[in-house]
Design a binder for this molecule. Structure first.
Ligand code: CA
Ligand code: CA
Ligand code: CA
Length: 99
């Protein structure tokens, strides 16, 4: 088995960094579920295969990610859930979908 030569250690900030399939950030969907004009759901494809593998949620409405879920095998079930943005802060753009 080959191991990654370097592993990021971001424990100093207290923010966990999630491992994703790729290092792209193709946002498939941004949504504003509480209609405050700020995005609170991000659905992201990180490896460019067109399928979502990263999901982020702002649960308290401050516009910052509170929960990040990674579906590393793209089977529809999150494999890793961390607090915060998982080291992948989204751009502060207006939501594409108003739910
Ligand atoms: Ca919102
Ligand atoms: Ca993908
Ligand atoms: Ca938040």
């Amino acid at each position: 088995m080959s191991q990654a030569p370097e592993s990021l250690d971001s424990t100093a900030t207290g923010n966990e960094t999630v491992e994703t399939r790729g290092d792209e950030r193709v946002e498939l969907l941004r949504a504003d579920t509480n209609h405050d004009g700020k995005t609170d759901v991000w659905v992201v494809d990180t490896d460019g295969d067109g399928k979502a593998d990263l999901f982020q949620f702002d649960t308290d409405g401050d516009g910052k990610v509170d929960v990040t879920m990674v579906d590393i095998d793209e089977d529809g079930t999150p494999d890793e859930v961390v607090d915060g943005d998982g080291g992948l802060p989204p751009e502060q753009l207006p939501p594409t979908v108003q739910l």
